[in-house]
Design a protein around this ligand. Sequence first.
Ligand code: KIV
Length: 272
Amino acid sequence: MSTKFSDIRRVTTHQLHAMKKAGEKISMLTAYDYSMAKIIDAAGIDVILVGDSASNVMAGNETTLPITLDHMIYHATSVVKAVERALIVVDIPFGSYQGSSEEALRSAIRIMKESGAHAVKMEGGIEIKESVERVLSAGVPVMGHLGLTPQSIYKFGTYSVRAKEEEEANKLIEDAVALEAFGCFAIVIEKVPAELTKLVSEKLTIPIIGIGAGQNADGQVLVMHDMLGINKEFNPRFLRRYADLHTSITEAVQHYVADVKSGSFPDETESY
Ligand code: KIV
């Protein structure tokens, strides 16, 4: 699809602002490896998130908590090598910024220096003020993340919709306003009522990227494995599947196994 911004040679944080201003929605997907990042980038995605969801979909962990900074840098380095157009944002993982703003800065610098990514993402609101400001003061763009923040899953206790009650919704609005004031270039808002997303998006000039946050966000993000149907066990209401790669891959592998067993692969044209 051709849009006003589709011929951008390299997406920047400034262009994301311009997209919001122009009313053009921002597309964002996760990627964790070279080959998938190359396909997604060439298909025209605006932002690639090297998410700590790698902990779930790449490493098979139940939560995002176990993934380390070294793992995130490994994934980010692979993605950076593949991408020509998209803005690349990398999650600072659990335990690599909560200790102090110095720790946050050290982690952000390692990500930027060792992977070559363009920005980092941190979960939290007013409570991470010092860390956000410190990272920004080193010239590293920061994306915020509010609502359902998976690094705090043991505090929430469930993956259910956040900020349905007035008190939590008001806190989310205050946090979003604060993150914009600190200097974040965008905020991911996860699993909150669509009306709340609308309110926040209208209040802020920076883009709000939603996941399970309804139509009113300035952009949308999904985990690549979920939207491609690689991962069949995860079925939240907000997930739209654009492919059924689980079935395609299973059928391809079954076909290959059958061909090897029957001796029909390789044939003469596939031999030297
Ligand atoms: O890690 C991740 O994939 C994320 C998205 C769900 C926004 O943070």
